[in-house]
Ligand binder design. Sequence first.
Ligand SMILES: NC(=O)c1ccc[n+]([C@@H]2O[C@H](COP(=O)([O-])OP(=O)(O)OC[C@H]3O[C@@H](n4cnc5c(N)ncnc54)[C@H](O)[C@@H]3O)[C@@H](O)[C@H]2O)c1
Length: 349
Amino acid sequence: MKILITGNMGYVGPGVVDELRSKYPNATLIGYDMGYFAKCLTNVDILPENKLDQQYFGDIRDIKAELLDGVDAIVNLAAISNDPMGKKFEDITLDVNYRSGIELAKMAKNAGVRSFVFASSCSMYGAAEEKPKTEDSTLNPLTAYARSKVATEKDLAPLADESFTITCLRFATACGMSNRLRLDLVLNDFVAAAVASKKITILSDGTPWRPLINVKDMARAIDWAIGRNQDNGGAFLAVNTGSNEWNYQVKDLANAVAEVIPGVDVSINVNAEPDKRSYKVNFDLYKKLAPDHQPIRDLKTSIQELKEGLEAMSFQDEDFRNSQLMRLKVLTQLQDGSTLDDNLKWNHR
Ligand SMILES: NC(=O)c1ccc[n+]([C@@H]2O[C@H](COP(=O)([O-])OP(=O)(O)OC[C@H]3O[C@@H](n4cnc5c(N)ncnc54)[C@H](O)[C@@H]3O)[C@@H](O)[C@H]2O)c1
């Protein structure tokens, strides 16, 4: 078994590498990443990439077909991966997330790759509505990032056939500790604020719904998708990935953090405009198709692990939203120092 993981050096990747290495001890695992966040390590003794057989530093926009020789499965994580980055780098977001993803899938099909797993997102459902979104609900992507995921799914669908299985995992918003922690995610932000300043300030009125999933449970889902047979979901599958119990209102997340970390003050902006990015998601299909790979972490444990991880980093930075733990800050700093060019390519190449 040979598995290629693109974008393995981000927030989600290290947990995926861990999971796949433990599930497939004899497999050849290959990483391919631009390395934007390579140095953003949190609480590690050894590089997470040590568990791979090979690590390539490269741009998915230039990936070569030779790399796919003998590959059985691809996990495509490489992306400009959140709404603020998609806003600043709109064209690059479409280029990296969508066009390059489709090119990679076409190359993979030609090379005889059996399984293609795409890290999609529930953010494609977009706007507020009470009824939880199923896979058949109307898509309403509100950002360049979400639009890139919609476009990719649409163009991936016709590529699937009886020998090329495609699984689009529409992940809930990630949370939890990672060897490359990010604080630009709602729960992680709240825990960081609680640890650094004992204060959580919710910028909205706290009512928006947000489904969440622990990064380690994302890795379990990816493992399931790699091994999925077509009689379980078809040649092409797009599936909401998370669990019904993890649909939370933002204020509930803040209160859950305050329960785990005593003495934390939670304030809500009662006068805030309604946040349009609010959606509840129905995860029944994932439960039916992947009963043995359901999320197993609970919210309290996820908060506790984040707290302990941050404390182990001696984290005290109240100004963390301007730090290297925010993806957009990392990329703009690299650009400001002329290390990355306008197109997010390394200047030294
Ligand atoms: N974190 C979430 O909440 C979440 C939720 C749903 C889906 N996803 C998806 O899961 C995947 C991984 O997310 P993440 O949180 O680890 O993101 P991340 O930004 O932490 O990591 C993405 C990785 O892709 C790499 N990359 C970016 N552009 C590249 C390029 N041109 N060539 C090669 N590598 C490139 C980056 O260097 C980085 O290591 C993404 O596709 C993301 O859209 C994430």
